[in-house]
Design a protein around this ligand. Structure first.
Ligand code: FAD
Length: 330
């Protein structure tokens, strides 16, 4: 297992800042490297002017590899696959970790196919037994967990579920050295070029990375009432989620949908408002650390998974919660 002696972690950044999921992956990579007696390398990619944030150089990794190319800014998965695969082939890391984010979910399978190696996706735990790396992930909509065991092909490629591998504080006494390489990306081999990225107006926190989610179901009655959720989310620094019928009705965007056919989330706190708790919804949020449910039906199945339950009209309860949190948090 420790033949390559290098654990690589792809660190996602946004506007020059490390995304929380990047720090989580770094933490998992450092822990794995300690267990294996290996070194941890942070790998970042960007345009010719890209730099490495201090949060990465000071994170306790032994090295940082910065891959630069004009086609890597803005993020271009096809370009990154080319660039990343070339570095992996020449330096032979034993393990490559990345967040199971939109970008990670796009990059990892393409990289696995290009390298002809296995991929364990959406992992929630890593373990080393003897020479074997094992990874655990939920299956059947979270009802069971399976453990993957990697064979002999290297590197072992894994994506990690956001909000599960909690980042440690930066502990490094010295900043890790940064090696900058310019990627060779064949112009004619790139089937997709990103010309521009347009940020949706008023774009809020991504639910798959949010620490707190305030989520609304059909019990919110009408789209205008989601304002109550927005107000609570604002006070808590939370993202707003939704059940599927809410999205199907066009009340919220698909990116808000939690569940089997939406996003899987693992926040510290999930507040389910007027959501019945159908299995397809639970599939996306039951691994939340703390679940609070507000429902007027005391027999709603959501209460079976809730740590705290409030029985009542969500439209009356939300404004009270927002006002009380405001007092405490302001
Ligand atoms: P409802 O089931 O209508 O429940 C509304 C709840 O609000 C009820 O419990 C009610 O008591 C409560 N309520 C009503 N008024 C109030 C009030 N004033 N105050 C407090 N409580 C109130 N669903 C998902 O969410 N995500 C998915 O990804 C998903 N994928 C699916 C995939 C498949 C293949 C299928 C078949 C279904 C899927 N569903 C999914 C749908 C799922 O089965 C449920 O229909 C859906 O989750 C129900 O949404 P809801 O709880 O918002 O609505």
């Amino acid at each position: 297992m420790n033949d390559g002696k290098q654990i690589w972690v792809w660190v996602e950044t946004l506007a020059g800042q490390v995304k929380p999921v990047g720090l989580e992956a770094l933490h998992a990579g450092k822990t794995l490297a300690e267990q294996l007696g290996a070194t941890a390398t942070a790998v970042l990619a960007g345009g010719p002017d890209a730099t490495v944030p201090e949060a990465v150089t000071g994170s306790g990794v032994q090295q940082v590899l910065l891959i630069q190319h004009p086609h890597l800014d803005p993020h271009n998965s096809l370009g990154l696959v080319e660039a990343f695969a070339a570095q992996i082939q020449s330096r032979q890391p034993a393990v490559v970790l990345m967040g199971a984010t939109n970008h990670g979910k796009e990059l990892a399978p393409a990289l696995a196919a290009k390298l002809g190696v296995g991929l364990a996706t959406d992992c929630i735990a890593l373990d080393v037994e003897g020479d074997t790396l094992k990874a655990r992930r939920p299956v059947y909509a979270g009802k069971a967990h399976i453990t993957f065991q990697f064979g002999e092909h290297r590197p072992c490629l894994l994506t990690l579920r956001p909000n599960v591998f909690r980042p440690s504080q930066a502990t490094a006494a010295e900043a890790a050295p940064v090696e900058t390489v310019t990627a060779e990306i064949p112009e004619d081999g790139l089937r997709l070029k990103i010309k521009d990225v347009v940020q949706a107006a008023g774009r809020k926190l991504d639910i798959s990375e949010a620490r707190i989610i305030v989520s609304g179901g059909m019990g919110m009655q009408k789209p205008e009432n989601f304002r109550l959720l927005e107000e609570l989310a604002e006070v808590l620094g939370a993202a707003v989620g939704a059940s599927r019928p809410v999205v199907d009705n066009g009340w919220r965007e698909y990116s808000n949908q939690v569940g089997q056919t939406g996003r899987t989330v693992s926040p510290d706190l999930y507040i389910a408002c007027g959501i019945s708790g159908a299995v397809q919804h639970l599939a996306g949020m039951s691994s939340s650390r703390c679940i609070v449910a507000i429902n007027k039906d005391p027999n709603a199945p959501i209460f079976d998974v809730a740590d705290y339950g409030i029985v009542g009209n969500v439209l009356d309860i939300l404004p009270v919660m927002t006002a009380e949190f405001k007092k405490v948090l302001s």
